[in-house]
Design a binder for this molecule. Structure first.
Ligand code: HEM
Length: 444
C-alpha cells in the first residue's frame, strides 16, 4: 500500500482539528474575562466540550495516521486493507461532524468529556474495531518478536475499545440507580481510556526515538518492557486517584496511591537516556523531530512533579476540581501528547525530505515562542487552582462572586498566555500542513 494516502489524511485532519480546537480554547478563555461574550451563540457549556473534542481528535487522528504510516513502512509485504482504512477515516469524519453539530446546537446526552448523545458511541466503537482489525492483520505474523512499541499500540487499541465501552455502562439501569457506583465507574473509565490513548502516543514516541537513533535494541530492551508493563498497570489501576473523594473501599485508594507514584518516572528515564546517548548525525538529520521530543521530555519532568503531588490524598483534597487539575490535564495533553505527535509528524517529513530548510527555521522559532507562553499559561493555571483551593477551605467569608472577581487579573493573564501559545502553534501547524500537502502530491 505504498500509495495509500489515508495516513496523511488522518494527519492533515488532525492538524486542522488542532487549529479549530485552539480557537475554541481561546473563545472559552475569553469568556473567563467577559462571561457574556457570544454567550447566546456559543456558551461556555458548548465551547468547553467543543474544545476538548477537537484537541482530543487532534491527538487520536494524528497518532492513528502515524501508526498507519509506520506500519506501511515496516510491513511492506503485508498489505493493510485500504478499504478498512477508508471506512475508518470517513466514519470518524462523519461522527466528528455529527458531534460538532450536536454541541453547537447544545444537544448534550453524555457525561463529562463524552458529552455527546450516547448513540455516537456505536460509530466511534466501530472505527476503533476497524483500526484494530487492520492493525492485528498486519502485525500478527511477527507477534513473537514485537518491539515494545507494537505492544503499546496493540494494547492501546484493545483497551480503548474496552474502556470506551465501560464509559457508557452508566446507560444501564443498575448504574443509573446507584449514584456512587455510577460516579466511580465514570471517573475510572475516564482515567483508563486516557491511559489507552497514552499507549498509542508513548508507543509513537518510542518508535520515533528508536528510528532517529537507528538503534532498535532499545525497543527490545528489558527497561522498555518494564516501562510498558508499568504503563499498563497505570492504565488498569492508576485511575483510582480520580475517585479519592468518592466513598469507595479504602484498599482501592491505597492501591491507586502506590501506583500513581510510579507514573511516568520510567518514561522520563527512557527519554533522558536517549537524549544522553544521541549521536551528532541523528541530531543533524532530524533537528525538528529531536527538538519536539526533547521539549516533551522537559514537560514530562514538570508534569511528573505535579502528578506525584496531586496524587497524595491530602493534597488531592484541596486540588480536586480546581484549575490545578486543568494544569495537569492541559500540561500533559499539550506538553507531552502534542509535542510527541508534532515530533512524529516532523519525523515523517524529515525522513522523506519533504520539509524545506526555511520551514524548519520558522518552526524552530515558533516552537521557542510557543514554549515560553506555555510555561506562563501553566503557571497561571497553578496559581488559579491554588487560590480556589485556599478559598474553598480557608476563606469562606468571601462569596463565590467576590472570589471570582478577585481573579479577574489572572484570567486576563491566562488569556494573554493562551493567545501567544496559540499563535506559536498556528505558525507551526501551517508550515506542517503545507509540507504534508507536498507529501500528498507525491503519493497520488
Ligand atoms: C494543544 C492545545 C491544547 C490542548 C491539548 C488542550 C487541552 C485541554 C483539555 C484536556 C482540557 C480539559 C481540562 C480538564 O477538564 O481538566 C482543556 C480545557 C480548557 N482549555 Fe485547553 N487545550 C489546549 C489549548 C488551549 C488554549 C490555547 C486555550 C486558550 C486560552 C485553552 C483554554 C481552555 C479552557 C478555557 C478550558 C476549560 C477549563 C475549565 O473548565 O475551566 N486551551 N484544554
Amino acid at each position: 500500500m505504498k500509495n495509500n494516502r489515508y495516513p496523511f489524511y488522518f494527519i492533515s485532519v488532525g492538524l486542522v482539528a488542532l487549529l479549530l480546537g485552539l480557537l475554541c480554547g481561546l473563545l472559552a478563555g475569553f469568556q473567563y474575562i467577559i462571561p457574556d461574550f457570544i454567550k447566546s451563540v456559543l456558551p461556555f457549556t458548548a465551547l468547553r466540550p467543543l474544545h476538548t473534542l477537537l484537541v482530543v481528535s487532534w491527538i487520536l487522528l494524528t497518532a492513528m495516521g502515524g501508526i498507519y504510516y509506520y506500519l506501511e513502512l515496516n510491513f511492506e509485504e503485508r498489505k493493510a486493507n485500504t478499504n478498512l482504512i477508508r471506512w475508518h477515516f470517513w466514519l470518524f469524519i462523519a461522527t466528528g461532524l455529527g458531534i460538532i453539530y450536536a454541541y453547537v446546537g447544545s444537544h448534550f446526552g453524555g457525561k463529562e468529556y463524552l458529552e455527546f448523545p450516547s448513540y455516537f458511541y456505536f460509530p466511534i466503537l466501530l472505527g476503533w474495531i476497524l483500526f484494530g482489525l487492520n492493525y492485528f492483520k498486519i502485525t500478527k505474523a511477527s507477534f513473537k518478536s514485537w518491539p515494545v512499541y507494537y505492544w503499546m499500540w496493540g494494547t492501546g487499541i484493545v483497551f480503548m475499545i474496552y474502556h470506551f465501552t465501560e464509559a457508557h455502562l452508566w446507560l444501564l439501569p443498575y448504574f443509573k440507580g446507584h449514584f456512587i457506583q455510577n460516579t466511580a465507574l465514570q471517573w475510572k473509565a475516564g482515567g483508563s481510556y486516557v491511559g489507552s490513548w497514552n499507549m498509542l502516543v508513548y508507543g509513537t514516541s518510542l518508535y520515533v526515538i528508536t528510528k532517529i537513533s537507528q538503534d532498535d535494541r532499545y525497543a527490545h530492551s528489558k527497561k522498555a518492557f518494564f516501562f510498558y508493563f508499568l504503563g499498563l498497570t497505570n492504565l488498569m489501576f492508576g485511575w483510582a486517584h480520580h475517585v479519592y473523594i468518592v466513598p469507595t473501599a479504602p484498599w482501592i485508594r491505597y492501591l491507586a496511591y502506590g501506583i500513581s507514584m510510579t507514573e511516568w518516572i520510567i518514561l522520563f528515564s527512557i527519554l533522558y537516556d536517549w537524549k544522553k546517548n544521541l549521536g551528532k548525525e541523528a541530531i543533524l538529520n532530524y533537528p525538528l523531530a529531536n527538538g519536539f521530543m526533547k521539549l516533551a521530555n522537559f514537560w514530562v519532568f514538570l508534569n511528573i512533579i505535579l502528578a506525584l503531588l496531586i496524587s497524595i490524598p491530602s493534597i488531592n483534597l484541596f486540588t480536586h476540581g480546581t484549575h490545578i487539575t486543568v494544569a495537569h490535564s492541559m500540561g500533559t495533553t499539550i506538553g507531552i501528547n502534542t509535542l510527541i505527535l508534532l515530533s512524529s509528524v516532523t519525523f515523517i517529513l524529515e525522513s522523506t525530505h519533504q520539509i524545506t530548510a526555511q520551514a524548519k527555521r520558522k518552526i524552530q522559532r515558533s516552537l521557542r515562542f510557543f514554549n515560553s507562553a506555555f510555561v506562563g499559561f501553566w503557571l497561571t493555571l497553578l496559581i488559579l487552582g491554588t487560590k480556589k483551593g485556599y478559598w474553598t477551605y480557608f476563606d469562606q467569608q468571601r462569596t463565590f462572586g467576590e472570589f471570582q472577581d478577585s481573579l479577574h487579573g489572572f484570567y486576563i493573564l491566562f488569556f494573554l498566555f493562551g493567545i501567544s501559545m496559540a499563535i506559536g502553534l498556528y505558525l507551526i501547524v501551517f508550515e506542517l500542513l503545507n509540507s504534508v500537502k507536498t507529501l500528498l502530491k507525491i503519493n497520488p
